[in-house]
Ligand binder design. Structure first.
Ligand code: GLC
Length: 449
């Protein structure tokens, strides 16, 4: 779906009350109605016999991704707060419906029976149950809940969902913070949300850079980890894939901070204090252990020995979403975002630095995260920049994101040089541009809390 072109904004069209032009309001209205249509057609609603539960969620893309994915659903809930708070709450309820007693929430829930076997056969990962993957994804749940609570959900929704959300972060800390440093580990590339990112190429020993090469390497990891029963301590000992990922930990740090605020809002001052301390610990460890002054990048840490992974992915910039990220580090990351040999581009932000040998602005078969621009990361980065007062750069990223959707529709990812759209069609998290524009016009500053 390609959205209509939007005309230039004239000073006489300014809305006197808010200083927002009527053209921008019309742009918002048009975008909202396109997103509503997208979220209607990507809606999956029904009853699953296997767990005797009703489900109602937005799938990432009907053709390619018909199931429920963890961080996609968090993004979808945030978008839904812009036009349907009831469905935003339902999206999170559905995501949490199969939370396990230990607090874990799967990165994929295969609600629908008929597609299940094909999906399982096509993914080289382990499963907790036939319907639930044994993998996490970047822990964005607290921010999704905060957006829903703030935009209509109120204390009723906070009271209902907070215990489950808190239990999820307790699981992250108890099960994935292996050395008590405040940083959590992931056990397979899918858990980072950036499956074929080139920073893992060498570490996972990709035999050849083709979908088949990745599948073989991933299958080897999954099979090795299955032999130790997917027990976290034994997977660390096995040392097949143990990574402190920068994006995952930046999201973790910031979400613990947001969760602390939610706990305070619910009157749990002790819980809030503890969560705030955890957030600070994660942020300090991320900066202390992953930042490198030499190349102005954050590096993931791999293996029991924690050796530094190569740099060059946009993930290395994600610590700028963390409120505690020191100003001099912010300044250097902003420079890299603006530098056209790195992350500066006509349609930012390339998922890999332009100077990186693996950078490709176009898809390589169906390998993901090797150069094209993804709008969920633009949303995270732009919001981080706004919070830190870098409004100009945030605005440039938001404008480029909007024009990508207006030119090429809701695609999975885009060419950072030409704006061409690629990958899945009708891809739901690209609708985050609605949140960007709505936040800006409502004078909210940062999009969502
Ligand atoms: C791809 C992406 C992952 C996303 C999923 C569903 O696997 O790498 O981040 O959650 O698709 O959209």
């Amino acid at each position: 779906m390609v959205l209509g072109k939007i005309g230039p904004v004239g000073p006489r069209q300014t809305d006197r009350l808010r200083g927002v032009s009527r053209t921008e309001r019309a742009r918002l209205a048009e975008l909202r109605s396109n997103v509503e249509a997208l979220f209607r057609s990507n809606r999956r609603k029904g009853h699953a016999d296997w767990c005797e539960r009703d489900y109602d969620y937005v799938c990432p893309s009907p053709d390619t991704y018909p199931f429920q994915w963890f961080w996609d659903s968090c993004f979808h809930a945030i978008v839904l707060t812009r036009f349907d708070t009831v469905r935003a709450v339902t999206e999170l309820r559905t995501l949490l419906a199969n939370q396990l007693p230990d607090g874990f929430v799967s990165h994929m829930t295969l609600w629908e029976h008929d597609l299940r076997d094909a999906a399982r056969a096509s993914l080289q990962i382990n499963w907790r149950t036939p319907w639930l993957s044994d993998a996490m994804q970047p822990p964005l749940l607290a921010e999704a809940l905060a957006a829903v609570v703030q935009r209509g959900g109120g204390s009723r929704v906070l009271g209902e969902l907070l215990p489950a959300v808190r239990a999820y972060y307790d699981w992250c800390q108890r099960v994935r913070d292996i050395d008590g440093s405040g940083l959590i580990v992931v056990f397979e590339p899918h858990e980072t949300g950036m499956d074929q990112s080139p920073v893992f190429d060498e570490y996972v020993a990709i035999p050849d850079l083709s979908p088949r090469g990745f599948e073989a390497a991933w299958r080897a990891i999954a099979e090795a980890q299955a032999t130790v029963g997917r027990d976290p301590a034994r997977m660390v000992e096995l040392d097949r894939f143990v990574v402190v990922d920068v994006l995952v930990n930046a999201v973790y740090a910031e979400n613990q901070r947001v969760l602390a605020d939610l706990l305070a809002q619910a009157g749990d001052d002790a819980g809030a204090g503890e969560m705030r301390a955890r957030a600070k610990r994660t942020a300090a460890a991320l900066i202390g252990r992953c930042w490198s002054d030499d190349d102005a990048d954050f590096h993931g840490l791999a293996g029991r020995a924690g050796h530094r992974l190569p740099s060059g992915s946009v993930a290395g910039l994600l610590p700028l979403v963390v409120m505690d990220c020191p100003e001099p580090i912010m300044a250097r990351m902003v420079q890299r975002l603006e530098d056209e040999t790195e992350f500066g581009a006509r349609f930012p932000i390339p998922s890999v630095a332009r100077s990186h040998p693996a950078f490709s602005p176009r898809p390589l078969g169906n390998l993901l995260w090797r150069g094209p621009t993804w709008l969920n990361l633009n949303w995270l980065v732009a919001r981080g920049l706004r919070r830190r007062g870098r409004t100009d750069l945030a605005r440039r990223i938001e404008d480029a994101s909007l024009s990508l959707v207006e030119r090429s529709g809701f695609r999975e990812y885009y060419n950072p040089l030409t704006g061409a759209g690629y990958g899945a069609r009708d891809f739901a998290w690209s609708a985050l541009v609605l949140d960007m524009l709505a936040a800006r016009l409502d004078g909210e500053g940062p999009a969502s809390p």
